[in-house]
Design a protein around this ligand. Structure first.
Ligand SMILES: *[C@@H]1O[C@H](CO)[C@@H](O)[C@H](O)[C@H]1NC(C)=O
Ligand SMILES: *[C@@H]1O[C@H](CO)[C@@H](O)[C@H](O)[C@H]1NC(C)=O
Ligand SMILES: *[C@@H]1O[C@H](CO)[C@@H](O)[C@H](O)[C@H]1NC(C)=O
Ligand SMILES: *[C@@H]1O[C@H](CO)[C@@H](O)[C@H](O)[C@H]1NC(C)=O
Length: 965
């Protein structure tokens, strides 16, 4: 019988702390969490890949790969001798996406035994892994790295749980169970359904509860777990712990190693260490399939931002398109081949009614070709589908990207405002609008008679422009109004933002505007400081530097800065000397204005709203949506430098001004949990202040940073009750959700009325949802259904945003849900490599004087998807291929030849779904140069995998100490 939903969700909220490695945090600090395991594995494998790349390019690499790796150390080592300012924001952000997705498995798949390798579901668990791993590889092929990270985080969870929930560690194993990620390998030695595996623990001591017979025979089992029923097959082990009812039944007790105080707590660290190594092995498997460059992209090891344009392509936009082309080409040509080259390019054209298609590529030339194809045509009847285009960009770009929207028309799809706001807040992306001629009294696209009523069209344009200003403000971007002829002066903001390590030092929006003075601290790490001021032409200002120099708005080239003006934007590039200390800007305007101060620095921070599990044992999960007015909010803050320490985190609303000071709870790994209580209504931004690594804040070492995205508390809560995060092509998912009216953080049971509901997905998949829900007892329930077409590609992610608005239209809240499209994998077998001959003789003492060769037949079998790539992974020879057909199977014949100075070869063969075969060979009688046993013959991993793995390791040990697996 299915448990009632409310019980399930009560239990789910308790779950994270009781049935898995702790997802994110531990109270006692002694237990290792999924977050620790995932981060350690990512750092280790990323460092190894960077080391291998450095070795292949003959560059030095000095980082020791051990348990003391930090994001900063790895990024710095991987960046070689780069002289630009380094930022670890992207890497930190990517790792966070992976561990939050990992942690979500405990919430969403709480009752799925496969996702945790409970109940001896080894085959089921491996199927889950196989599907997800193939989807990660497919995501990378689609260059959809965001999707890849989300799916990879989920896969890591199941893989890691195996080491806590099974008896693998108790069997004395010291290396990962590779069959879990090698689906064509048989899983042997599984304890059968009738095999007893445990006996009673004695007086609560479970150290010896696994049956000796089981251990002697080396049989694999895992604990049964159930929170509703104590039923389990006779003689089987339980998971253990207070929530596991099965562990109260004979045989009593459990075997999990989730924390140091679990049933098998003394083995916790061993299990966690093996889980790290297993995760490293999984990452190596993915690396082999996708290649080193793409692997590093997947990990987010990138200095640079994406270049993201959303462009109106209606008839009047040809000048704007030409300018977008010019500025993007300039950025591309200037940065190509440097670490500042954009990590990806995104282009979303829109007009009416069409939006897209979205172009997402890492290939600068492909982007150039796509932007070259744009032409302004059609239109005539404004408005256009601007927000739909922006929605696409927001879900495709990595978090914290800056998106530039070019348009000269109002948005026709203004009803998407709440969805777009939700996505801006969820992704923390910054949206800057280049609004050309929007406020001009005569629109060039006007068709005589149609938009001739200048008065009314202008009024409407003011309203329309306000929508863009609101979105810019919510995101920390700018709404730049320029004439088409001035546009090229305004696009310098795009060049400014596409340099590396851009940080936000200070930002304020005053609306309605009033004269005000603002102070901000500039630290010694800041380079290329730039100030933007937007406002009407009557705005004046005065800037004073720490040394007492000042410059007013009437001076374009003064003692402090060089100023350029384009439309409503003034850009001041500060001179580089004497910047450290307290600055002041004095603005005089009674119209809306904004001030933004940026620079380049490696000192920055990332943050995510998290929420405690109910009945908490100290753990949290990611919170999507706005915090509650009058309630508490917790933020996980990560600073991106080892050299500084955060001493103060506040929520700041300049309109009050109101400042809510957070309570800091530092974690072992340098992250900080910050809690704010009783948050009032307002438009806040997160501000951090700090000093050097000891926290000292003298005038010379204090720093401040400010998040771009606004945090707006809401009195509405929107929660979805997910029972899965992956959907197969051609199937549907139902998402029940609850909207509640909240007062001081609790449901207001006296509230009544309706909420307007809007459920939007970014892929235009068929979706059904109520357009409003009616409260009873302060709550209202609804269900959204989403259908994924059978043509959807595995490895994509669909983002579903559910927003709810109160009937007075004064308040909204939302939740953002991301589902991966994952298809069942039919080709689970690796390609086959059959070495048919080795030729040549390398016995001569001068290796360069002779050659050797190898011929191998390669295929992906009758049911395979086919060979996708064949590359030489190790060896300095040349590879030629030809194809033939044998027995209805396509055979690739690989002919490799090399000098005797390169006496071994490793070929990498990848099939179309990413199954990888490594195929090694070496010349006969190469004893003198390789120290391999005499008369060793060519070898292939096609058959007898096990023995070849051993051989491969031997080779690694002898020749390539770093190619371990
Ligand atoms: C440093 O970088 C330059 C330019 O990228 C390169 O030519 C040089 O070889 C590098 N030096 C080292 C030691 O990596
Ligand atoms: C994990 O791998 C590292 C590096 O190969 C090795 O030194 C360590 O002993 C392994 N840990 C376990 C628990 O097997
Ligand atoms: C795996 O098991 C299947 C069925 O038991 C068997 O047919 C197959 O040969 C085995 N494969 C290997 C590589 O041992
Ligand atoms: C295990 O313990 C339970 C409860 O103490 C007891 O009823 C049961 O007989 C024990 N089983 C064995 C095999 O000793």
């Amino acid at each position: 019988m299915a448990p009632s939903r409310s019980i399930v969700f009560l239990v789910l909220s308790l779950w994270g702390s009781v049935h898995s490695f702790q997802p994110l945090f531990t109270l006692n600090g002694k237990s290792t969490t999924h977050r620790d395991i995932t981060r350690q594995a990512i750092l280790r494998k990323t460092a190894e890949v960077c080391r291998d790349i450095a070795a292949s390019e003959g560059r030095p690499f000095s980082l020791a790969i051990d348990n003391a790796l930090t994001v900063e150390k790895v990024q710095s080592a991987c960046s070689g001798n780069s002289t630009s300012v380094l930022s670890t924001v992207r890497f930190h952000t990517s790792i966070a996406i992976m561990y939050f997705s990992n942690a979500l498995v405990d919430v969403v798949y709480a009752l799925s035994e496969e996702h945790h390798f409970d109940d001896e579901t080894f085959k089921g668990g491996r199927e889950v892994l196989t599907t997800d791993v193939a989807a990660v590889k497919a995501s990378v092929k689609l260059e959809n790295y965001m999707a890849g990270r989300i799916i990879l985080g989920r896969a890591c969870h199941s893989l890691q749980d195996f080491y806590s929930h099974s008896n693998w560690v108790e069997l004395g194993k010291t290396s990962p169970y590779s069959a879990l990620i090698t689906p064509d390998q048989n899983m042997t030695n599984l304890a059968g359904p009738d095999v007893a595996t445990c006996r009673n623990c004695t007086n609560g001591d479970c150290a010896n509860n696994l049956l000796p017979d089981l251990l002697q025979q080396g049989l694999l089992t895992s604990g049964y777990f159930n929170i509703f029923s104590s039923k389990k097959p006779a003689g089987k082990c339980s998971h253990g712990g207070s929530f596991d009812r099965t562990s109260k039944k004979d045989p009593i007790g459990g075997i999990n190693k989730d924390t140091v105080s679990s049933s098998h707590g003394p083995l916790h660290q061993q299990a966690a260490d093996l889980a790290v190594n297993a995760t490293v092995e999984l990452l190596e498997n993915i690396r082999l399939a996708v290649g080193d460059t793409n692997f590093l992209r997947l990990m987010g090891l990138s200095q640079s931002t994406v270049l993201c344009f959303v462009i109106d392509t209606t008839g009047s936009m040809s000048d704007d398109i030409a300018e977008a082309k010019r500025v993007s080409f300039e950025i591309i040509d200037k940065k190509r081949g440097t670490q500042q080259e954009p990590s990806a390019y995104i282009l979303v054209p829109f007009n009416d009614p069409s939006v897209g298609p979205l172009v997402l590529t890492t290939d600068a030339d492909k982007f150039k070709a796509e932007i070259n194809k744009l032409s302004a045509s059609g239109g005539g009847d404004i408005p256009e589908m601007c927000l739909s285009g922006l929605q696409l960009a927001l879900t495709a770009a990595p978090p914290s990207s800056e998106i530039f929207v070019f348009t000269d028309a109002p948005a026709k799809d203004a009803d998407l405002k709440s969805t777009v706001s939700a996505l801006i807040e969820s992704t923390k992306s910054v949206v800057t609008f280049m609004l050309t001629d929007v406020l001009a009294s005569r629109r060039r696209r006007s068709v005589p008679g149609q938009w001739a009523r200048d008065g009314s069209s202008r009024a409407m344009n003011q309203v329309a422009a306000q929508l863009y200003r609101d979105l810019a403000k919510a995101s920390g971007g700018q709404a730049i109004d320029v004439t088409k002829s001035d546009l090229s002066a305004a696009t310098t903001v795009i060049e400014d933002s596409s340099t590396s390590a851009v940080v936000n030092v200070f930002q304020v929006v005053s609306n309605p505007g009033k004269p005000d003075k603002f102070n901000f601290t500039v630290d010694g790490s800041i380079k290329n400081m730039t100030i933007y001021i937007t406002g009407t032409s009557s705005l004046t200002f005065n800037i004073s530097s720490p040394s007492g120099a000042s410059q007013s708005s009437s001076v374009s080239s003064g003692p402090l800065a060089a100023m350029t003006t384009a439309g409503n934007l003034r850009r001041l590039r500060l001179h580089s000397d004497n910047q450290t200390g307290l600055w002041e800007i004095d603005v005089n305007s009674n119209n809306p204005y904004s001030v933004k101060v940026i620079g380049q620095s490696s000192v920055n921070f990332i943050y995510n709203l998290v929420e405690p599990h109910e009945g908490t044992h100290g753990d949290y999960s990611l919170k999507e949506g706005r915090p509650l007015t009058g309630g508490n909010a917790t933020v996980l803050v990560t600073v991106t430098s080892d050299a500084v320490k955060i001493t103060e985190v506040t929520l700041y609303d300049s309109s009050g001004p109101t400042e809510v000071i957070g309570t800091l709870l530092p974690q072992d790994d340098g992250n900080i949990l910050v809690t704010f209580t009783d948050i009032p209504a307002g438009d806040f931004v997160l501000r951090i202040k700090g000093g050097d690594s000891t926290g000292s804040r003298s005038t010379t070492n204090s720093f401040q940073r400010q998040a771009s995205t606004q945090i707006k508390p809401s009195s509405i809560s929107v929660t979805a009750q997910l029972n899965g995060t992956s959907i197969e092509p051609g199937s549907s998912i139902s998402v029940p959700f609850t909207v509640a009216s909240m007062s001081n953080g609790a449901v207001n049971q006296n509230a009544s009325g309706t909420f307007t509901v809007n459920a939007q997905n970014d892929r235009s998949y068929t979706s059904n949802s109520p357009t409003s829900v009616t409260m009873s007892g302060g709550r209202a329930n609804g269900t959204v259904s989403l259908t994924v077409p059978s043509s959807a590609s595995s490895g994509t992610v669909v983002t579903l945003t559910i927003t709810a608005q109160n009937s007075a239209a004064t308040d909204i809240n939302y939740t953002v849900l991301r589902f991966s499209v994952t298809a069942k994998v039919t080709d689970v077998t690796r390609p086959v490599c059959d070495v048919v001959s080795t030729t040549g003789n390398c016995s001569s003492s001068v290796c360069s004087s002779s050659q050797w060769g190898l011929t191998a037949n390669i295929s992906d079998g009758v049911n395979g998807t086919g060979i996708d790539s064949l590359t030489v992974r190790q060896g300095n020879g040349t590879l030629n291929t030809s194809t033939s057909i044998s027995g209805g199977v396509n055979i690739t014949v690989a002919s490799y030849s090399a000098s005797c100075c390169s006496p071994s070869v490793e070929l990498k063969i990848v099939d179309k779904v990413g199954n990888v075969r490594l195929c090694t060979g070496q010349v006969k009688a190469a004893a003198a140069t390789t120290a391999a046993p005499a008369n060793t013959t060519a070898n292939s991993t096609a058959f007898g995998l096990h023995s070849v793995s051993v051989r491969h390791s031997l080779w690694c040990a002898l020749l390539l100490p770093f190619f371990w697996w």
